[in-house]
Write a protein that binds this ligand. Structure first.
Ligand code: PLP
Length: 395
C-alpha cells in the first residue's frame, strides 16, 4: 500500500526510483480513502434503517473486488452485490462474510452447488428457475433452505418476471422446498435521466406488485429498487436497501446529480514516460501517420496502450497530465504505448509519471471526460482497464 503523498506524486523523477512499484510501466491507483468517503456520504444520505449494498461486480467496476469490498464494508456498507458465482466465491475465499447477492442469472447444477456451499444468495427471475433451484437442492439432499431474492421486471425488460404476475410468482417460490424468500426487488432503467416519467412509472408498478403480494397474505420482509441514480434522486426509492455501484467509485450517474452529494473519484490511471526526443517539422507519428508534426516538436513516449484499456478511439483526441499540466496525445494509440506532444513542457524526463485519469495539482481528467469523448458512459470506461495494469491501493 502507498501513502497518499506517494500516490499524489506529480512525477518528479527523483522520488520515483525509491519505490519498487515504480518499476511498473503503468498501473491503476485505487484511493481507499476516497472510497471510504463515498460510502460514508451515501450512508449519511440514506436512513439508518436502510441497508447499503456495495455493488462490486466486474471486479468492482475495474477497481479490484476484494479490496473494494473490504473497504466498503468497513465504511458502512452491509451487503455486497456481484454478477456471477465466481465473483462471489472470490470474495468468500478472501474471508469476507457479509451477505452477497448474485445479481445475474444462475441455473446450472454447478452454480447451485456453489451457491449453497459458499452461502451466496441467488436472484430468482422466473418460475422455471425457482423450480430448478428447488429440485436441484432436493436432489443433493440439501437439508435446509437457501435465501433467494425474487426479481420483478417493472420496465427494464432485462431479468425478472413481469411485475403484473408478482403474486403468483411469489406464491410459487414460497411453496417450494429449500427456498426462503429473502427479498423482492426490481431495477430502474432510466433513473439517471433528467425526465423522471419512466422512473415514476416503474416505482408505481413496483408498489402495485408489492400490494398484490400482500393481498395474498405474503409479507415480503425486504424490498429494494434503487441503483446509484435512484438513491441520489429520491428517498422514496430507498426501501430496505439501496444497491449502489458507480457512486461508491466516486462517479456521478448524471451531471445534474452532483449537487446531491460530495463524491471523490477512486481510480487513477498512471504510466511512465519511457523515451523523450525531438522530431522535426513534417515527421509522421505512430501507425498510419494520423499525426504529422506541424513544426519541430518535443515528444514523449508513454508505456500504456489499448491493450491496457486506453481506448484506441481516443487517438489524437485525448489529453494527459504531466507536471500538473494538460498535454495532447498525438498519433494512433498503439497496443502498449502512446505518444505525447510535450513541446510546452520540454524538460520532462524519462521515468516521469503521466496521469491519464486522475488529478495532478489543480488539473483533473475524469472518466466522464473520456466517456463524453467516446459517446459512452463512465461505467464502461472504468470497467475497461485490463488486468495487465496492477491495482495499487493508496491510503
Ligand atoms: C449494476 C447494478 C446496480 C448498480 O448500478 P449503478 O448504476 O452502478 O449504481 C444495481 N442493481 C443491479 C441489479 C445492477 O445490475
Amino acid at each position: 500500500m502507498l501513502s497518499r503523498e506517494q500516490g499524489n506524486d506529480v512525477g518528479s523523477h527523483q522520488n520515483c526510483d525509491t519505490y519498487a512499484w515504480f518499476s511498473q510501466r503503468a498501473w491503476v491507483e485505487i484511493d481507499l480513502e476516497a472510497l471510504s468517503h463515498n460510502v460514508q456520504q451515501l450512508r449519511q444520505l440514506i436512513s439508518e434503517h436502510t441497508d447499503l449494498m456495495a455493488v462490486v461486480k466486474a471486479d468492482a467496476y475495474g477497481h479490484g473486488a476484494v479490496t473494494v469490498a473490504q473497504t466498503a464494508l468497513k465504511s458502512g456498507a452491509n451487503w455486497l452485490g456481484v454478477a456471477t458465482v465466481p465473483e462471489g466465491i472470490e470474495l468468500r475465499e478472501a474471508g469476507i462474510n457479509a451477505p452477497i447477492l448474485i445479481l445475474g442469472a444462475t441455473h446450472t447444477l454447478e452454480q447451485i452447488h456453489a451457491i449453497a456451499h459458499w452461502k451466496l444468495q441467488p436472484t430468482i427471475c422466473s418460475p422455471k428457475q425457482a423450480l430448478v433451484f428447488s429440485e436441484t437442492l432436493g436432489s443433493i439432499d440439501y437439508s435446509s433452505s437457501i435465501p433467494v431474492h425474487i426479481k420483478l421486471d417493472t420496465g427494464m425488460s432485462r431479468l425478472g418476471t413481469n411485475c403484473e404476475l408478482a403474486g403468483n410468482f411469489v406464491q410459487l417460490v414460497q411453496s417450494l422446498p429449500h427456498l426462503e424468500i429473502a427479498s423482492v426487488y426490481s431495477h430502474l432503467a432510466t433513473a439517471d435521466s433528467a425526465d423522471p416519467t419512466v422512473m415514476h412509472l416503474q416505482h408505481q408498478r413496483y408498489e402495485r406488485a408489492i400490494a398484490q403480494i400482500k393481498e395474498i397474505g405474503i409479507e415480503p420482509s425486504y424490498l429494494h429498487l434503487a441503483n446509484s441514480a435512484g438513491t441520489l434522486r429520491d428517498q422514496n426509492l430507498h426501501y430496505d436497501m439501496v444497491r449502489v455501484g458507480i457512486a461508491i467509485y466516486g462517479l456521478y450517474p448524471a451531471t445534474y446529480l452532483r449537487e446531491k452529494i460530495d463524491l471523490r473519484p477512486v481510480l487513477q490511471v498512471k504510466a511512465r514516460v519511457t523515451q523523450v526526443k525531438t522530431i522535426s517539422e513534417g515527421t509522421g507519428v505512430s501507425y498510419g501517420y494520423q499525426f504529422i508534426a506541424p513544426r519541430e516538436l518535443r515528444i514523449a513516449v508513454v508505456g500504456i496502450g489499448y491493450a491496457d484499456g486506453v481506448p484506441r478511439n481516443l487517438s489524437n483526441k485525448m489529453q494527459v497530465l504531466v507536471r500538473g499540466k494538460r498535454v495532447e496525445q498525438i498519433g494512433a494509440i498503439t497496443m502498449d504505448q502512446l505518444i505525447l506532444d510535450i513541446t510546452d513542457v520540454p524538460h520532462i524526463q524519462e521515468g516521469e509519471i503521466v496521469t491519464l485519469l486522475g488529478q495532478q495539482g489543480k488539473e483533473k481528467i475524469s472518466a466522464d471526460e473520456w466517456a463524453n469523448q467516446l459517446n459512452t458512459i463512465s461505467w464502461e470506461i472504468v470497467c475497461g482497464f485490463k488486468h495487465r495494469l496492477p491495482r495499487v491501493a493508496v491510503m
